[in-house]
Ligand binder design. Structure first.
Ligand SMILES: [Zn+2]
Length: 405
């Protein structure tokens, strides 16, 4: 059975004393992290062996508590400090795996700063955190925190991460492992999705999906807040206020974007038995002109939501390699007629005479590369017609079995 890890986040409302205690926990976790990073960097520069986590834990947590410089480490849960060392381990592992080509290259672990916009601490079962009968989150050495339980947790998680985001909001984040919760009844359509530049996503059935108005509005507000911030004098009080406004607007955009990703992915998973996307390996694109729009569109987040929902609801999900020439091949007859400049949105295949919409053609090719049986008719545009405008999304007939020849 497929196990799926789902993240659940709930807003926390700590009181004044609890906020101070959390600030202390964030600070201590950061200090231990930085101490351990320094110990390892020093060992490396002196040609000594890589210090083990167990030794660092003894030296930088247990023993450090009895020194005057680090005595305050005793004021927070030891679990929080040990988890901070684990985070550093994970950062090193990702870095080394990147060097060995096992995953996209990452930078070496960096020192954390009190100015980092996102701060977090993690409590495992060892910390004996709990949810009280009154529905509060009880954290050792912090207290009972008020939680807004916006969803039901499917099971009791063993670990909770407390996060403070750039907008100064607090969240409790749980990872819950579940099996496929509900296997949806089987449906016929199979779908390829292409990341459009003009549209958020283009589907092989001919639909072009765009960000909804609530997201565009949040983005507009963010831009306005950023403009205002840039006009404020450096070091002024007003600049601080403007910066907070930008952080809030940022958080709202992120929320709205996630909401949109959830809505769209739920719809696609319900309506299709199998879904294929192109693995864009966003990191690899970071140096190209595409990068900004790819990051802005949050494509990676959308794909990962789609992936876990597929697993959860018993649907097929396929990622195809990122070097498939999706815009160079006619989705109707399969002939490869080479790259086309980006401004070419519609063209006629020289071999079979099909009139092809660039984005939909790519989406059909994605589906075909993944071995899905999609209708290719969506990719065809009747001569003289412009590609489907925004308002037309969703009016296409249900796809028929592949009619490639
Ligand atoms: Zn053709």
């Amino acid at each position: 059975m497929i196990r799926v890890q789902l993240r659940y986040s709930f807003r926390l409302y700590p009181g004044t004393g609890q906020r101070a205690a959390l600030a202390m926990a964030f600070g201590c976790a950061r200090v231990v992290y930085n101490d351990a990073l320094r110990a390892r960097e020093t060992a490396r520069s002196e040609g000594m062996p890589f210090p083990k986590t167990g030794d660092l834990s003894k030296q930088l947590i247990t023993e450090a508590k009895s020194t005057p410089e680090r005595a305050w480490l005793a004021e927070v849960s030891a679990v929080v400090l040990q988890q901070s060392l684990r985070d550093l381990d994970a950062a090193y592992r990702n870095f080394f795996d990147g060097l060995q080509g096992k995953r996209p290259r990452m930078g070496a672990p960096r020192y954390k700063s009190r100015k980092d916009t996102r701060q977090s601490v993690r409590f495992t079962a060892n910390a004996r955190w709990s949810i009280t009968t009154g529905g509060k989150l009880r954290l050792p050495k912090i207290g009972d925190l008020k939680v807004k339980w916006s969803r039901t947790l499917p099971s009791v998680p063993s670990t909770v991460t407390v996060v403070k985001d750039s907008a100064g909001r607090y969240f409790a984040s749980f990872v819950v492992e579940t099996g496929p919760e509900v296997v949806l009844p089987e449906v016929a359509p199979e779908l390829g999705i292409d990341l459009g530049l003009g549209h958020f996503a283009v589907l092989s059935d001919g639909t072009k999906a765009d960000s909804p108005r609530f997201l565009r509005r949040a983005e507009k507000r963010l831009k306005k807040a950023q403009r205002e911030l840039s006009r404020k004098e450096k070091g002024s009080k007003n600049r601080d206020k403007a910066r907070t406004r930008v952080a809030r607007a940022h958080a709202r955009v992120a929320d709205a974007r996630r909401e949109f990703h959830h809505q769209l992915s739920t719809k696609l998973i319900r309506e299709n038995q199998a879904i294929a996307v192109e693995d864009l390996a966003v990191k690899g694109l970071a140096r190209t002109r595409l990068a900004k729009s790819v990051h802005d569109a949050g494509w990676a987040q959308f794909v990962s939501i789609l992936e876990y929902k597929a697993a959860r609801y018993g649907r097929t999900f396929v990622k195809i390699g990122r070097f498939e020439p999706t815009s160079q091949v006619c989705s109707q007859c399969g002939v490869k007629d080479g790259p086309k400049p980006l401004h070419v949105r519609v063209w006629t295949c020289g071999t079979c005479g099909s009139v092809l919409d660039r984005d939909i053609n790519a989406a059909v090719n994605v589906a075909k590369a993944a071995g899905l049986a999609v209708s290719a008719c969506g990719a065809q545009v009747r001569p003289g017609l412009v590609p489907a405008p925004r308002g037309e999304a969703g009016t296409h007939p249900t796809p028929q079995p592949s009619t490639a020849r």
